[in-house]
Design a protein around this ligand. Structure first.
Ligand code: 0PR
Length: 379
């Protein structure tokens, strides 16, 4: 820290200079991220609620109202009735709260959780924190978790089964309907990680994918507004089917305005709920359908362009994620693309490149990317 403060002008000038080192979604070259440029109303709402702290809700009843309305909107979208939940810091915290509730409710010795091999790495952290033993179920030919394997993995110590609606690496949707049957049979909690897919699947034009509270065993769903919800970071969502779940995750906060907290994070911004609320009110279902429709069209454009250029898709896209590989070797392509300013993810598990077609990725950029890729492949 300097001994004396700098002028406003100096501070801002320095910040702006440093900010130029960050990549920007507007460049259209970030193809590796599940986050995107927030909706303009999300930014306005965020600013308005910048000082609000939902960790002490008695002080911020307006923010509490917004959080409740956001959770209600999400629950309705996911076919839930009388659900409860919170706007949390992201998918990691949402998954954590779900498994905390499931573990505490089951109350068994040496608890286990059945996870798809494709589960997001947040579950590795969570198992570590909650002392849960992960038992991994394998995938089928289309990279969805195999329900027969889940069945085999489930036992006396299983406190939860997890399915993913929109896997991080390929964007596929696990057969949640079948997982629901297995979970019911074993009388065990089913958690759906729809951090990405939860704000895509409900708006798809033709896909009929059953993945939410319409399925009896689904007790909790993660759905993140800071991904396809275009809210400002940090905005995750955890929704529980039943308010009883809260009893298993609550922590007493003796001297605060409210008696309990239900999130892992204590002091947490009300701006997350406000920015999500603003996007939901600004777009409505029809607005979201348009956004998702555009992303899916660009996804198609990319997938077809890649196939035409001789690349192999790992799987036909279900959501707005394209994964592909090159016969001539995939890994080195990532570095070549990086030198041209493109950011894509290399996924070792499938030896493929992953592109997340977020709202900031337009057709124009998809075509420019394809062009650069083809040139790279040749040299
Ligand atoms: N569940 C799923 C299915 C996810 O894809 C993710 C994150 C999480 C949970 C965890 O969410 P938080 O990161 O919000 O805690 N998926 C992205 C990924 O791993 C996160 C991400 C976002 C990565 C932006 C890079 C990036 O630039 O790909």
């Amino acid at each position: 820290m300097h001994a004396h403060g700098l002028s406003k002008k100096q501070v801002l000038a320095e910040l702006k200079k440093i900010r130029r080192r960050d990549k920007h979604y507007d460049d259209g070259k970030i193809l590796c991220s599940m986050c995107t440029k927030p909706h303009p109303m999300a930014i306005k709402a965020y600013r308005l609620f910048l000082t609000s702290n939902l960790g002490d809700p008695g002080l911020f009843s307006g923010s509490v109202q917004l959080e409740e309305e956001v959770i209600n909107d999400l629950a309705t979208l996911l076919h839930g009735e009388n659900c409860v939940g919170h706007v949390v810091s992201g998918g990691t915290e949402a998954n954590l709260m779900a498994l905390l509730a499931a573990r505490n409710m089951a109350h068994v010795n040496a608890p286990e959780v059945v996870l798809p091999e494709s589960a997001h790495f947040s579950f590795t952290k969570i198992c570590n924190l909650l002392d849960l033993k992960p038992v991994y179920a394998g995938l089928d030919d289309s990279f969805r978790v195999d329900p027969l394997q889940v069945e085999k993995c489930a036992g006396e110590k299983t406190v939860a089964i997890v399915g993913t609606a929109g896997t991080s690496e390929l964007g596929v949707v696990d057969p949640i309907e079948e997982l629901s049957r297995v979970a019911l049979e074993h009388k065990v909690w089913l958690h759906v990680d729809a951090a990405f897919g939860g704000l895509v699947i409900p708006f798809l034009a033709d896909a009929k994918l059953n993945f939410d509270f319409a399925l009896e065993a689904v007790e909790s769903i993660t759905v993140d507004p800071h991904k396809m919800g275009m809210a400002a970071i940090p905005a995750g969502g955890i929704i529980f089917r039943d308010s009883k779940a809260l009893d298993y995750i609550k922590t007493e906060t003796p001297y605060l305005t409210d008696q309990y907290q239900y999130t892992f994070i204590g002091t947490r911004t009300g701006a997350a709920a406000a920015s999500t609320w603003a996007v939901f009110r600004s777009l409505g279902v029809e607005g979201f359908k348009k956004v998702v429709g555009k992303c899916m069209k660009t996804t198609r454009l990319l997938a077809d362009g890649l196939t035409d250029a001789g690349f192999k898709l790992v799987v036909e896209p279900t959501l707005n994620i394209v994964a592909f590989r090159s016969d001539g070797g995939t890994r080195h392509l990532v570095e070549k693309l990086r030198r041209q300013g493109w950011f894509v993810s290399y996924v070792p598990r499938y030896d493929c490149i992953r592109i997340v077609v977020m709202p900031h990725v337009k057709n124009r950029q998809a075509l420019a990317f394809l062009k650069d890729l083809v040139v790279n492949q040749k040299c």
